[in-house]
Design a protein around this ligand. Structure first.
Ligand code: FES
Ligand SMILES: [Fe+2]
Length: 379
């Protein structure tokens, strides 16, 4: 049935939110968890026994279709470069780190300094006069993550707040089988939860709630008011079965890539999930996720129970994303219809479209009044 409430989404936007060319919006991006660069236990043991210098893995990671190599130099500082040897385009991440903290290419053995300049060319007699180097990307370690600067004028990544100062954190990384827009919409979409995650949360009777959306040029926040205390397995875990908790819930998206879901249940429990959505290619998005929990329950116990549930929820969502992407590619650009409760999807389309044009740093400096809108729905 079609009614006047239905509006077709922009078909141009359906097949991805970015062009295949390498064009991230100018910003700092957290590309990986810092612990990924840690040498494994055997390497650490060898270092201890042989008194070798700080060792590092070479990690190759794809961002907007481009492989990037990340490593630590001999002093432990983080370095990053596009993963391409300037000699014959070999991935330098397949080589090794030199004792001086640079890289050695696995093909002809060219060596680069930690700053990316050519240090040695095997077999070459005399000095190389060419000014050759890896294409380096500024990198910083902050909040247990490795951040890379793709054109931001800020000297450091922005500091994120919102989590309770005593909360404990878990950082996890997963790959979603969808583009940035579909992945972000799925993470922040309420109406699918009772269908896709039936029994985990929001099962049972429908409740009327109100969604207050607040939008600015760079962000959208939706606050859900009147949400019932969780049911299903989560309710049992959180103790909501015995005494109903007051639920506060916000979903947010902040340009260029930050997804946030925040729950407060009663005065003593806060869960803030912040995921950085990092496009790998037009079909896949890496989610570097930081889960902050402030709770009276022992953290180790909560983690033991919540982690498998979070993995299950993600697997359910990923199945949906993957089949949705396959179907969109089979059918090609077609209109998709939204209703007024597809709040996040419509806002995300607007934001991401704008984000590709906006200059982040200048927009950040403006103070801006958020526009508010209220929508009634049932969950
Ligand atoms: S391709 Fe790297 S040294 Fe030749
Ligand atoms: Fe979901």
């Amino acid at each position: 049935m079609k009614t006047k409430n239905f509006t077709p989404a922009d078909p141009e936007r359906l097949r991805g939110t970015f062009e295949p060319s390498f064009r991230p919006e100018p910003a700092w991006y957290p590309l990986l968890a810092a612990r990924v660069l840690q040498p494994n236990i055997w390497q650490r043991l060898l270092r201890k026994v042989l008194h070798r210098q700080v060792d590092s893995k070479l990690v190759s990671i794809v961002f907007y279709d481009r492989p990037i190599v990340v490593w630590r130099d001999q002093n432990g500082a983080v370095r990053a470069a596009f993963d391409r040897c300037p000699h014959r385009s070999m991935p330098v991440s397949l080589g090794e780190r030199t004792p001086e903290g640079g890289l050695r290419c696995p093909y002809h053995g060219w060596e680069f300094t930690a700053a990316g300049d050519v240090a040695r060319i095997p077999c070459l007699v005399g000095e190389s006069s060419a000014n050759i180097s890896l294409t380096m990307i500024p990198a910083i370690e902050q909040s247990d993550m490795i951040w890379l600067n793709f054109g931001s004028t800020l000297s450091r990544p922005p500091a994120y707040s919102g989590a309770h100062p005593e909360s404990q954190r878990i950082i996890r990384q997963v790959v979603a089988q969808g583009d940035l827009l579909s992945t972000a919409e799925n993470a922040l979409d309420i109406p699918h939860t009772a269908v896709v995650h039936r029994g985990l949360f929001r099962s049972g009777k429908k409740h009327p709630i109100e969604a207050i959306s607040r939008r600015t040029q760079r962000a959208i926040e939706i606050e859900y008011v009147g949400e019932p205390a969780p049911r299903g397995i989560l309710a049992l875990l959180l103790g909501a079965r015995r005494s109903p908790l007051r639920v506060e819930h916000w979903d947010r998206f902040l340009l260029p890539t930050t997804i946030e879901v925040e729950y407060r249940l009663g005065p003593r429990l806060q869960i803030l999930v912040r995921a950085f959505a990092l496009p790998i290619d037009p079909r896949k998005t890496r989610l570097l996720t930081e889960i902050s929990i402030h709770s009276p329950f022992p953290f180790a116990l909560l983690r033991l129970v919540l982690e498998p549930i979070a993995r299950l929820i993600f697997a359910q969502d990923n199945r949906i994303l993957s089949r949705q992407a396959q179907n969109r590619s089979s059918f090609g650009p077609q209109p998709e219809y939204s209703t007024k409760i597809d709040l996040m999807g419509s806002e995300l389309r607007r934001l991401l479209k704008r984000g590709l044009r906006a200059d982040q740093d200048s927009a950040l400096n403006k103070t801006e009044e958020a526009q508010e809108q209220r929508t009634k729905m049932e969950i």
